[in-house]
Write a protein that binds this ligand. Structure first.
Ligand code: S3P
Length: 449
């Protein structure tokens, strides 16, 4: 099991870009593989999760070639050969690794095929709830068995079925559920609709539009007539704001620091973290370069003494993956930060309420745990500690950031999982110690206190 040792830093002046967006890379592999021609996808995230989805599409007939690969686990450019909606039966069960997005979206894809398939994953994925997708898919006529030791959990055996459209009112705000039903809807005769309780990340809707699949969006209701053929297109994946979040918190909480993150996705359903760090006192600007399809641009941030905040209920789905690192920012801020309405955190790669609270306490933070979140009484100095990732990439990275502020060394145990979303994280962690960006590269005026 690999470990990462982190020492405190006293300033951060850097400029870099983060790897491609995980959510968008999964979808690019799926829609590229379904399309009616060849798609070139640049800046595809070459992390374990996304490579598993790409391999899954390959096993369903969609061949791909890597046409460019950068060093240090850098982004890759791919050419995917779309199958014009005609997938072939895989010869073996499909491994989704650690990825809930991969498994749930692929289940939607496979639900309406004329062959049987099986999806499986690692121990963490095999304990995550799949009923949230098997229920609506069953309503559409799918026949999916959950074969896991835990009821309602993977492996999933998906039998050949013909689907009919439904209008599905989602009980949880989940982009994965929305996407699974919409992808299944492509194979149903008639119009499938999904109604979400609150806005969730809209990458599926944007990607459907990029592939010229017509959808109707009325508030939180998304409808799609089945039987449409995604038209092949080239796609550039923006940097992942959830990966940028680690550096944004490091910079926000370090008074006087400056950081420029380039070419990152600025989709408004993903940028709630910027509002939260702004409310806590950091100075942030977003500069959007291109707002067609997936908005992309730069984020510039200046650190400040932070104060606690309350996360709004409607913000939660738009920063759900950033909560562990926001909790670290909260521990470094003065005053209380309230994170509630976030029960979904309990069914992520780990129970992220427990793993965040447990590790914050190990580092000396004062935290109260609730069923749906936590309150962090910030401002207590952090001390280095032995941290367990429990195999959760975002826990490993969030606590590496905490280690930058702690007295004494912080050792994160079990850091292999970082490769599921951010290969190259350790390299960037090392780089921020040495980088010195020229002040003229920044737009925000320097503040002197
Ligand atoms: C994702 C949606 C979110 C998020 C996950 C990626 C997606 O999950 O936590 O990391 O790509 O659709 P839910 O939609 O289930 O909350």
């Amino acid at each position: 099991m690999s470990t990462l040792r982190v020492k405190a830093i006293s300033s951060l002046h850097a400029e870099f870009s983060v790897p491609g967006d995980k959510s968008i890379s999964h979808r690019a592999a799926i829609f590229g593989g379904l399309s009616n021609g060849v798609c070139e996808i640049s800046n595809f995230l070459s992390s374990e999760d996304c490579l598993n989805t790409l391999k899954a599409m390959h096993s369903l007939g969609a061949r791909y070639e890597v046409i460019e690969e950068l060093e240090n686990h850098g982004p890759i450019t791919l050419r995917i050969h779309g199958q014009s909606m005609k997938l072939c039966a895989p010869v073996a069960a499909i491994d989704c690794g650690n990825s809930g997005t991969g498994m749930r979206l692929l289940a939607g894809l496979l639900a309406g095929q004329d062959f049987t398939s099986e999806l499986f994953g690692d121990a963490s994925l095999s304990s995550r709830p799949m009923g949230r997708i098997t229920a609506p898919l069953a309503e559409m006529g799918a026949n999916i068995e959950t074969l896991g030791d835990k009821p309602g959990c993977a492996p999933l055996k998906i039998h050949a079925s013909k689907l009919q459209p439904i209008t599905y009112e989602m009980p949880v705000a989940s982009a994965q559920v929305k996407s699974a039903v919409l992808i299944a809807g492509l194979f149903a005769e008639g119009t499938t609709s999904v109604i979400q309780p609150t806005t969730t990340r809209d990458h599926t809707e944007r990607m459907l539009a990029a592939f010229r699949v017509s959808t109707r969006i009325e508030g939180n209701k998304i409808s799609l007539p089945g039987g449409q053929m995604p038209e092949s297109c080239d796609f550039a994946v923006p940097g992942d704001i959830s990966s940028a979040a680690f550096w944004l918190v490091a910079a926000a909480a370090m008074d006087g620091s400056r950081l420029l993150i380039k070419d990152v996705g600025l989709n408004p359903t993903r940028t709630a973290i910027l509002k939260v760090l702004g409310r806590m006192g950091a100075r942030i600007i977003e500069i959007i370069h291109n707002s067609e399809g997936e908005p992309i641009g730069n984020i510039e941030i200046q650190g400040a003494p932070l104060t606690g905040t309350t996360l709004l209920a409607e913000e939660i789905p738009n920063l759900i993956d950033e909560i562990p690192v926001i909790a670290v920012a909260a521990a470094l801020a003065k005053g209380d930060t309230h994170i509630r309405n976030a029960r979904e955190l309990r069914v992520k790669e780990t129970d992220r309420i427990t793993t965040t609270v447990e590790n914050l306490r190990k580092m000396g933070a004062d935290v109260e745990e609730f069923e749906d979140g936590m309150t962090i009484h910030g401002g207590k100095p952090l001390k280095g500690a032995d941290i367990e990732s429990h195999g959760d990439h975002r826990i490993a990275m969030a606590f590496a950031i905490a280690g930058l502020f702690a007295k004494g060394d912080t050792v994160i145990h079990g850091t292999d999982c970082i490769n599921t979303s951010y290969p190259g994280f350790a390299h960037h962690l090392d780089a921020i110690r040495h980088e010195r960006t020229k002040p003229e590269d920044f737009i925000l005026p320097t503040i002197t206190r």
